[in-house]
Design a protein around this ligand. Structure first.
Ligand code: ADP
Ligand code: MG
Length: 601
């Protein structure tokens, strides 16, 4: 008789191995699942151990509720979970786990050992498995709680084992996971042992601030500003770094949604937005953001690793992040930064004004203040980097900019002059400050211009002689696409046949610029932006950035009164420390730094 059935249901251990492909990528994923289970079990002590980058061993011991023998045997079955019972509960997940897959998946691709006891049981249960098959189950005396040991990950799937990276790299990833969960549960004591040596030991009952202090170098922490507030259904707490303290990658941007470490494109995009106009391209601030909201408003069941979530109302989350992070990092309301703004108005007195213009004379600005250490360069050893002997990951990801303001206001500033026809040199009681007048001027113009744009009150300045400007086909196309926005922003511009345009007005604050050059620069910028800038504000900011850059291109030596007024104007900006493209406007060398360099202890 012909066999009509070619399809068969896979044996369970094969099914588990297939599922493991999604849940278990590397030793770090094992550590993640085990730590989640420990925390879901209410543990107040979680001890992790890694050997051989986790390829040899990943072990997590906890003092949580433990399991009965029956539960222990069920826990290693697929889709066996104590965390949800009815489909409706999927809508409001409050635990880290809920899919009931992790232990089944992990035990199918390793040598697996589980030891568990509930506090009230006389004996615990020990289960030994290999490649998904139970080898031994017995009673075993042990402390209340659970210890899961995962050895030789992927030993039965050589093709996957081969794809694991070096021990150093795997350890790096595992350590990142450990740090994430340590941050998400600062109240629990946690330790991490690597190759027999305890490298992290965190006490119980910490606050987030204390846990950050336990894990991050102080230079890094000092740049962090607290974030705290609510907007609509979203509550936000945590920390965000000042725009002067940034990295060349996003690896220190951490988001937690209802306590769960989370990635979602909307989160990183919102942070980017909050820092817009303050950061260079491809630079990332440090953020630790805890988002709390009704669990019914978040879908965590998007991916087997539960790493990504989906928000029912992403724009509410986005707005909350933008609003609260901007508030946290804005100069107003924070020590160190606001002083600059509040007190920089020069105390002009006629006598000093005259002295200022004489060669070698100095003008004293009373009551001037700036954070003293703002631009002091100081490489920061970020947490979670593998030791330097490693070949991966590359060192280019080090923290790139200097650290942070310590509140130490200047009481006065003397302008000493301009060097190379460019940089302004100033002496303060705290040290020497160099100002790049282009960057400073760009910042001043940009904020002035954007304030008008935002208020929809751009003053336009008619040109005496309208000018026709020719563009390349690409640039002309870019201008045509955005001509309405440009008009709204005070540019009187219209097509003049072919790839030519006629300009008869400019925004008043840019009116001193040659129209042809301004538009050529703008068109080039817009052509590069393409249609990516679909959001109005983003587009407007880009236009303003390009325009202001173009406007300050030509600058010769400045007169003392020009310098003075520039300092005063810069002091009144929202973000005096960087130009709109993120370059610094001021560089500070402290008195101590000078003394140290000259060997005056
Ligand atoms: P999930 O966490 O999604 O429920 P797992 O496969 O990770 O699925 O775990 C299955 C079940 O085993 C859990 O629901 C929990 O009841 C139990 N369990 C796993 N780890 C522990 C632990 N460390 N302490 C107590 N119970 C645990
Ligand atoms: Mg789990």
């Amino acid at each position: 008789m012909k066999n009509d059935r070619r399809i068969q249901v896979l044996p369970e251990n094969v099914a588990n191995q297939i599922a493991a492909g999604e849940v278990v990528e590397r030793p770090a994923s094992v550590l993640k699942e085990l730590m989640e289970n420990a925390l879901d079990a209410g543990a107040s002590q979680v001890d992790a151990e890694i050997v051989g980058g986790g390829k040899t061993l990943v072990r997590v011991a906890d003092n949580g509720v433990g399991m009965s023998r029956d539960d222990a045997l069920l826990s290693i079955e697929r889709f066996a979970t104590s965390k949800i019972r009815a489909p409706s509960e999927l809508e409001r997940i409050e635990t880290l786990g809920f899919r009931g897959e992790a232990l089944a998946a992990i035990s199918s691709v390793s040598r697996f050992h589980l030891l568990t006891r509930r506090a009230d049981d006389l004996a615990g249960t020990e289960i030994t498995m290999s490649a998904g098959k139970i080898q031994d189950v017995r009673d075993q005396g042990c402390a209340p709680g659970t210890v899961v040991s995962v050895r030789n990950l992927f030993f039965n799937l050589p093709a996957r084992r081969k794809f694991l990276r070096s021990q150093q790299t795997e350890l790096f990833h595992a350590r990142q996971v450990f740090i994430l969960y340590a941050l998400s549960h600062p109240d629990a004591a946690m330790s991490l042992k690597v190759d027999g040596r305890e490298i992290i030991n965190l006490p119980r009952g910490s606050s987030l601030a204390q846990r950050l202090a336990e894990l991050y170098p102080s230079s890094c922490r000092q740049a962090l500003r607290p974030v705290s507030g609510a907007s609509g259904p979203v509550r936000l707490t945590g920390y965000a770094s000042l725009p002067t303290h940034i990295r060349s990658d996003g690896s220190e941007q951490h988001f937690f949604v209802n306590g769960r470490p989370t990635a979602a494109p909307v989160l990183a995009a919102a942070v980017r937005e909050a820092y817009r106009g303050m950061l260079p391209r491809d630079r990332y601030p440090l953020v630790f953001l805890f988002i709390s909201m009704d669990p019914a408003l978040v879908d965590v069941n998007v991916h087997p690793t539960k790493k990504e979530v989906r928000f029912h109302d992403p724009s509410a989350v986005r707005n909350a992040i933008i609003q609260e992070v901007m508030r946290a990092i804005s100069p107003a309301g924070h020590e160190g930064l606001p002083a600059f703004r509040a007190r920089l108005t020069p105390a002009a007195s006629p006598g000093q004004g005259a002295a200022f213009s004489k060669p070698g004379a100095q003008r004293v600005f009373d009551g001037l203040s700036l954070p003293s250490a703002l631009f002091r360069p100081g490489p920061v050893q970020p947490v979670g980097r593998p030791p330097s002997t490693t070949t991966t990951p590359p060192a280019k990801n080090e923290i790139v900019l200097p650290s942070l303001p310590q509140a130490a206001p200047w009481s006065s500033v003397r302008v000493l002059g301009q060097v190379y026809g460019l940089y302004i040199v100033m002496e303060t009681d705290e040290g020497i400050v160099l100002m790049d007048p282009h960057a400073a001027h760009e910042r001043v113009l940009f904020e002035r211009f954007m304030a008008q744009v935002a208020a929809r009150k751009v003053q336009s300045h008619g040109l005496l002689l309208p000018e026709t400007v020719d563009f390349s086909p690409r640039d002309a196309q870019a201008l045509r696409t955005h001509v309405e926005t440009l008009k709204r922003m005070g540019f009187g511009i219209a097509g003049f046949g072919g790839d030519s345009f006629i300009v008869d007005a400019l925004p008043a604050c840019l009116s001193e610029v040659a129209p042809a050059r301004l538009l050529t620069d703008l068109a080039a910028c817009l052509a590069q932006t393409g249609n990516k800038a679909d959001m109005r504000l983003l587009l407007e900011e880009q236009i303003a950035q390009a325009a202001c850059k173009s406007a300050v291109k030509a600058h010769g030596p400045l007169s003392p009164s020009e310098i003075e007024s520039l300092i005063g104007q810069l002091a009144q900006t929202e973000m005096p420390y960087t130009c709109p493209h993120g370059r610094p406007t001021l560089i500070h060398i402290s008195r101590e730094e000078l003394d140290r360099r000259f060997g005056r202890a």
